[in-house]
Design a protein around this ligand. Structure first.
Ligand SMILES: [Fe+2]
Length: 279
């Protein structure tokens, strides 16, 4: 069985004992498609503050000098958004296919990554709910996920970079033809719906989709390489003592190949806008 077959079957694969360099990780990841380049659309980190090479997404709690981020570091507070259930790059018009996360240094306590099977979650919905949500389109933005945690302090430039994009709420997997819920903390509105109604539906679906029977918890060992399919899973990191314990995780992200909706401009959205997300 190839890795891609395994991904289509399981959605998450764990490869233990992969003591690899950034270059090896990038080369291996390219087997699955083009790689996303972390940029101003992805994070608030400025190019001069980056710790890693351009293709590596830094999922650590370290600064460019390999020091722990301070408790009041803006970067640290922004990164806490990873503790919410999300799908990587759902804020991009063409969202991610796979993520590959390499555990270079893992914390002693906590810091597990949990994955929720959004295909099983969709299958478990009753038929009325499936019919109601099948054609809905959501707005996704880093402003929404960060806003949930009270992180609102964004520059005008950052707000422009984090302009909401549209994503289908239900998507069909290109390889398996199976439907799955496409939820994420980045989802903050439904096109044509009043905001409270949209948020309450998204909350309810997320709660249903992340019940224990749909969730795998990965407790990291050093040199684990975990691959997941963002098109049919959500994930989150659990708490750890990130101002004292190093967690050096490096991610490569395989780009998707198409938008999830035909008209990807968020300008038609009748509810929240890039200028005024309310939390
Ligand atoms: Fe993530």
């Amino acid at each position: 069985m190839t890795i891609e077959d395994g991904m289509n079957e399981y959605g998450v694969l764990v490869l233990r004992g992969q003591d690899i360099s950034d270059e090896q990780q990038a080369a291996f990841s390219r087997n699955f498609g083009e790689l996303e380049v972390p940029d101003a659309v992805t994070n608030i980190t400025k190019p001069e503050d980056r710790r890693l090479a351009p293709l590596m997404a830094d999922v650590s709690n370290l600064d460019r000098n390999q020091k722990l981020l301070a408790a009041d570091s803006r970067q640290r507070l922004f990164n806490l958004g990873n503790r919410l259930w999300h799908s990587d790059s759902s804020f991009r018009t063409i969202p991610a296919k796979f993520s590959l996360l390499s555990g270079r240094v893992v914390p002693q306590h906590g810091g597990a990554t949990q994955f929720a099977d959004m295909r099983a979650a969709y299958d478990a919905l009753d038929e009325r709910t499936k019919a109601e949500i099948d054609d809905l389109v959501c707005e996704h933005s880093l402003m929404y996920s960060r806003g949930r945690l009270g992180f609102h302090e964004l520059s005008e430039e950052e707000k422009a970079n984090f302009k909401p994009v549209l994503q289908a709420l239900v998507r069909v997997h290109p390889a398996t033809g199976r439907r799955s819920l496409y939820l994420s903390a980045h989802a903050g509105a439904i096109v044509g719906w009043p905001l409270p109604e949209a948020r309450s539906l998204l909350e309810e679906l997320t709660e249903a989709a992340t019940q224990r029977e749909y969730v795998y918890t990965h407790d990291w060992r050093q040199h684990d390489l975990v691959i997941w399919d963002n098109r049919r899973t959500m994930h989150r990191v659990r708490r750890y003592n990130d101002t004292a314990d190093v967690r050096d995780m490096r991610r490569t992200t395989v780009a998707g190949d198409s938008p999830t909706v035909r008209d990807t401009s968020a300008s038609k959205a009748k509810t929240a806008t890039a200028e005024s997300p309310q939390y």
